[in-house]
Design a protein around this ligand. Structure first.
Ligand SMILES: *Cc1c(COP(=O)(O)O)cnc(C)c1O
Length: 381
């Protein structure tokens, strides 16, 4: 077992028991499997902050990675004559813009720097100025940088303007509260393999049932039509097309472990501890984080690449990997950076071991100047 711990934005390190949940082959039409799907969807509605008993929100799972769920949700929920405002401060926002181009949906963007949160005042102005905007897409944590966007304020502005809000909560779902019902969200999108600590292979959207019921015929894709997927569950309790049976079984186990840890509060606390230990330890070694503490989501931390001429990401990555830790390249435009994740089945001791390994590598590779190059560190669109 020489596999490294995954200190990345996903896929992530999972528990042994989650991996073991995949040792059974399920028939997709078995009563057991149907019940498994129903139970997982009910839990996901609850984690999204809605009451499963009220029926106000429905969870629609979809095969594939998180992006499949994002594309399916936009394609299903935004009518063909609708207009989507995308609140961009990173690559995942730009990806939704790309999705709109593929599926031929009209969109407008409100973009800010990748190290700045969504500007809520400007959002209100854009909505007031353009009555044709029907929907808004927001990102709870923009995983590109690890920034936490002000979701409650965004929701307040969008709802007050009478528009529908769809939230990509991919990298926070299960670790930070979403409160979909209280915030009046039209949809929340996430996947099995981030803070829920399942394995990759399925995403899902928790959607306002009334909005979903109105979405018939919107989708331009057969396999990504969430209304049709939902209808099929309503009528037959079955997934359309082959379900990711093992992935779902792993997710069911992961959700049991999530509940055992104290749900969102317990998981959020562990990640916050991981993040604090990471940030403190890296700062003590002289690394510079892109974001201040108050903008940092406890998910993934972006660091400026050390200015030292001896630093080379490839060599740094390989050395850390050899010591048992996988990190991630940076994704920030115009800034040389790298990222270290603090989510997944890892705890403070794992982070401390990673910090010790980094200290050794700094020594071995003679990286003395660990601060970043400041001159080009700010991305201005
Ligand atoms: C991980 C992630 C996604 C989905 O990425 P996939 O690689 O398709 O799983 C989408 N949005 C955000 C904010 C993410 O962090």
């Amino acid at each position: 077992m020489n596999e490294p711990l995954l200190l990345t934005p996903g896929p992530l390190t999972t528990s042994k028991s989650v991996k073991e949940a995949m040792l059974r082959d399920w028939g997709s039409r078995d009563g057991d499997f149907i019940e498994l799907t129903r139970g997982v969807c009910e839990s996901l509605v609850r984690i999204a902050g809605a009451d499963p008993a009220s029926g106000a929100y429905a969870c629609v799972p979809i095969q594939g990675s998180g992006t499949f769920a994002v594309e399916a949700t936009i394609d299903t929920m935004v009518p063909r004559n609708g207009r989507l405002l995308i609140l961009i401060n990173g690559a995942y926002g730009r990806r939704v813009q790309e999705i709109c181009a593929y599926i031929n949906r009209d969109c407008e963007i409100l973009e800010c720097a990748e190290d700045a949160p969504t500007p809520v005042d400007q959002l209100a102005e854009v909505l007031a100025a353009d009555a044709s905007i029907s929907h808004v897409a927001a990102f709870h944590c923009e995983t590109t940088s690890g920034i936490l966007n002000p979701l409650p304020k965004i929701a307040q502005v969008v709802t007050a303007a009478g528009r529908k809000l769809i939230v990509d909560a991919m990298s926070t779902f299960g670790a930070l509260p979403i409160n979909a019902e209280a915030l009046g969200l039209s949809g929340v999108i996430a996947s099995a393999n981030k803070c829920l600590e399942g394995v990759p292979g399925m995403g899902f959207a928790v959607l306002k049932t009334d909005d979903l019921a109105d979405a018939k015929g919107n989708a331009t894709s057969l396999s990504l039509d969430l209304h049709a997927q939902w209808q099929n569950f309503q009528n037959t309790s079955q997934w359309r097309f082959t379900p990711p049976t093992h992935v779902l079984a792993a997710l069911a186990q992961a959700i049991t472990e999530h509940e055992g840890e104290g749900g969102i509060a317990g998981r959020g606390r562990r990640y916050a501890d991981n993040c604090r230990i990471l940030r403190d330890g890296m700062a003590a070694m002289g690394f510079e984080a892109l974001l201040p503490n108050d903008l940092q989501a406890p998910t993934i931390v972006t660091y400026h690449a050390p200015a030292d001429p001896n630093y080379d990401f490839g060599a740094f990555y390989d050395a850390l990997h050899a010591k048992g830790f996988a990190i991630y390249p940076g994704k920030i435009a115009k800034t040389n950076s790298f990222r270290i994740g603090c989510i997944g089945h890892i705890d403070g001791d794992d982070i401390r071991r990673a910090l010790a390994a980094i200290a050794e590598i700094l020594d071995e590779q003679n990286i003395v100047s660990r601060g970043g190059v400041r001159s080009n560190s700010q991305f201005k669109p």
